[in-house]
Design a protein around this ligand. Structure first.
Ligand code: UD1
Length: 369
C-alpha cells in the first residue's frame, strides 16, 4: 500500500512523527512518502522540528509559502495534484486543521484517492476560525476519521458520519510528548536562562482573533505584562504576532531585560526546548490548540485566551481554563491559579502513547479488505 503523509505547518510535525515511526514497523506492507506543503518555511517554524523529532526529511516539498487563505489553499491544491498524479498513492493521510490539511484532502478526493484524517471531529462551533472551516471540509470528505476523544466521536455522528468510518484511537500529539519527555528534561534551558522550576509562566499568542486587532492585542499584552510583574513570562513569539505588535506600536510591552524579568520575548523555540519549559512552568497562557492538550497531560494549569475550544475534554478532565480575551478575566484567572487554587486534572482515555500504532493497525486491517 502506498501512502502520502502530509505536513504543512508547525503543529503538524509532532502529530505525523509517531505515525511515520509506526509505519516503519511494516516495511513490507507500507510504502510511505512524506510531503511538506511549505505552509511554514522558517527554520524555527519548520526545519528545527524535523531534527528535534528525529523525523525523516520530506521526500517532496511543495514550497507554497505564505499568502491569503485562498492563495495558499489554491497553491497547495495545484502543486499537490501534480504529486498525486505522479505518485498514484492508495491513501493520503492528513493531520490537524491547517490550510494544508483541507487543501490536500480536497485534491486527493477529487482524484478518487482515499483520505484519512488524524484528529478528526474537533469542533469549536466558531466559523470565524479558519481552522473550523478546514475541519468541517476535511471531515465531510474523509474515508477514515481517527479521533482523540468521545466528544469528537459524538460530533461526527451528529453530523451524519457513518460509525464505520470513525476510529477512536487516542492522541498522536501525546504519543510524541510521552516519547520525548525524558529527553526534554535534559535540555537545561531553565538553568541557562536563570529561571526557577515552577517560578515562571510560558505564553503563546497567534490567533488572528487575538493579534490582528490593536485594541484586543493591546488589552491582552497589558494584562500579560501585569501578570509578569508577579511571575516572569517567557513568550516565544509567532512571526505573525511579532509583525502585528510592531505594526500597532505595542512592542513596548515586551521586556528588554532577560528571561527572569517581565514579559520576555524570544524567537519561536524548538519542540524539545518548549516542552522543557512547559514541564517546568507554573502556568501556561495560550490561544493554541495543542498546548491545551499538552498541559493537561503535564498537569500544568493552562489559561486559554479564547471564547471557545474544540478540545473541551481538556476543561472537563484536564487543567485547562477557558477565559476568552477579556483582559480582566485573564488577570482574575491567573490570580486564582497563583494563589494556589489549582485544578486537579486527569489524563483522558487512550492518551497513552499508542495512538499512532492503533491508526496503522486500522489501516492495515481495512485497506487490505
Ligand atoms: C497556522 C494555522 C494555525 C496554527 C498555526 C501554528 C491555518 C489556517 N492556520 O497559522 O491553525 O495554529 O499555523 O503556528 O492553517 N509566517 C512566517 N514564517 C513561517 C510561516 C508563517 O513568517 O514559516 C508568517 C507570515 O507572515 C504569514 C503568517 O505568519 O503570512 C501566517 O502564516 P499562516 O501559515 O498563514 O498561518 P499561521 O498564523 O501560522
Amino acid at each position: 500500500m502506498k501512502i502520502l503523509n502530509i505536513v504543512g505547518a508547525r503543529p503538524n510535525f509532532m502529530k505525523m512523527a509517531p505515525i511515520i515511526e509506526a509505519m516503519n514497523a511494516y516495511p513490507e506492507q507500507i510504502n510511505h512518502l512524506l510531503v511538506h506543503t511549505g505552509q511554514h518555511y522558517d527554520e524555527k517554524m519548520s526545519s528545527s522540528f524535523f531534527v528535534d523529532l528525529g523525523m525523516p526529511r520530506p521526500d517532496i516539498n511543495l514550497e507554497v509559502g505564505s499568502g491569503s487563505h485562498a492563495e495558499q489553499t489554491a497553491k497547495i491544491m495545484v502543486e499537490f495534484e501534480k504529486v498525486c498524479l505522479r505518485e498514484k498513492p492508495d491513501l493520503v493521510i492528513v493531520v490537524g486543521d491547517v490550510n494544508s490539511t483541507m487543501a490536500c484532502t480536497i485534491t486527493a478526493k477529487k482524484l478518487g484517492i482515499q483520505v484519512a484524517h488524524v484528529e478528526a471531529g474537533l469542533r469549536s462551533r466558531d466559523m470565524g476560525m479558519p481552522e473550523e472551516i478546514n475541519r468541517l471540509c476535511t471531515d465531510v470528505l474523509c474515508d477514515f476519521l481517527f479521533t482523540t476523544d468521545h466528544f469528537a466521536d459524538e460530533n461526527l455522528l451528529a453530523e451524519g458520519v457513518g460509525q464505520e468510518k470513525i476510529h477512536f484511537v487516542g492522541n498522536v500529539m501525546i504519543d510524541t510528548l510521552l516519547r520525548h519527555r525524558e529527553k526534554a528534561k535534559e535540555v537545561g534551558l531553565v538553568d541557562r536562562w536563570g529561571l526557577k522550576p515552577k517560578g515562571f509562566a510560558t505564553l503563546t499568542l497567534h490567533r488572528p482573533s487575538n493579534v490582528d486587532d490593536p485594541v484586543v492585542l493591546g488589552g491582552l499584552l497589558e494584562a500579560l505584562a501585569d501578570i509578569s510583574r508577579q511571575l516572569p513570562i517567557i513568550f516565544p513569539i509567532h512571526p505573525r504576532t511579532r509583525k502585528m505588535a510592531e505594526q500597532f506600536g505595542l512592542s513596548h510591552f515586551f521586556s528588554s531585560g532577560d528571561a527572569v524579568s517581565g514579559l520576555w520575548v524570544t524567537e519561536p523555540l524548538g519542540y524539545l526546548e518548549f516542552l522543557h519549559l512547559n514541564m517546568n512552568a507554573r502556568l501556561v497562557l495560550t490561544d493554541s490548540g495543542g498546548l491545551q492538550e499538552e498541559t493537561t497531560v503535564l498537569g500544568v494549569p493552562c489559561i486559554t485566551m479564547r471564547n471557545n475550544t474544540e478540545r473541551p475534554i481538556t476543561c472537563e478532565l484536564g487543567t485547562n481554563f477557558l477565559v476568552g480575551n477579556d483582559p480582566a478575566r485573564v488577570l482574575e484567572c491567573a490570580r486564582k491559579i497563583l494563589s494556589g487554587d489549582l485544578p486537579q486534572g486527569r489524563v483522558p482515555d487512550r492518551w497513552d502513547g499508542r495512538a499512532a500504532e492503533r491508526i496503522v493497525r486500522v489501516l492495515l486491517d481495512e485497506m487490505a479488505c
